[in-house]
Design a protein around this ligand. Sequence first.
Ligand SMILES: C[S@@+](CC[C@H](N)C(=O)[O-])C[C@H]1O[C@@H](n2cnc3c(N)ncnc32)[C@H](O)[C@@H]1O
Length: 280
Amino acid sequence: MAAEKSGVDNVANFYEGLGQVLNIAWGENLHYGYWEDDADDSTVGTATARLTDLLIDLLRPASGDTVLDIGCGVGKPALQLVAARRTRVTGITISDVEVARAAENAAAAGHRDLATFRNADVTDLPFEDDAFDAAWAVESLLHVPDRGRALAETARVLRPGGRLVIADTVQRPPLDAGSRAVLDAFRAAYHVSPYATADEYRDLLAANGFTGIDVRDISDKVVRTGRVMADAVAARRDELARIEGPEPVDQYIDLMRRAAASPGIGYLVIAATLGPASGA
Ligand SMILES: C[S@@+](CC[C@H](N)C(=O)[O-])C[C@H]1O[C@@H](n2cnc3c(N)ncnc32)[C@H](O)[C@@H]1O
């Protein structure tokens, strides 16, 4: 248990250190952007919001639904969901700094009544069974070593028929040496678990009672993210280095550039429903 706890603390420290610096350079949607094609010159803000919109469409929540946001960051995707669908969102993260920032953002957006945030670990959720109509995990499960337990907990707190949407960076075997080296470096630097594969997600979701599992590889739509993120950080390198020190900032720029050029690293969006397939 002690080792698990320190793993969670490491992730929290990352989001309270370099993660906050990245918020300054990238914006508060701490996830990938979606660009239609090479000619699409959308800004980072537009592209990251577009990815959130895609996830909202896959989640299909009704007005008033209760939604669990697993790994909510500073609340930007949750607030976009509330604004789009008038849902009630509970966001969880293992960082107190993020909880506080997310609450401030909800208040600023006038949604303190519909969006609340608290510190909780997805592998040990402090909620009753069947508490939520829907859940999403936007680039958070990459940090969780026991994804099976995370999905079992998510299934427990979702009502039967509830929707789950996952967005995550994954590995695409067989891995070339360059992709493997980047994945290893990510693991060491950013406290991410071995990246999942599409098959692992399919198996874990099925084992935890999800059906209608829809796995979409949108790597080609989001691949620009690594380069653009690296450029955004590089453009403010000196300012960010004064906050967090030069080494982590330079390492981040290098790794994001290499990740963008690694065919073994991909990106999935997954939607599934808890319980028997309709008509079964
Ligand atoms: C890449 S950020 C994504 C933030 C947000 N979903 C977004 O798209 O802006 C990953 C988030 O997952 C959270 N996280 C990591 N491990 C977690 C865990 N075991 N339980 C809950 N949240 C976790 C981090 O604190 C962080 O908020």
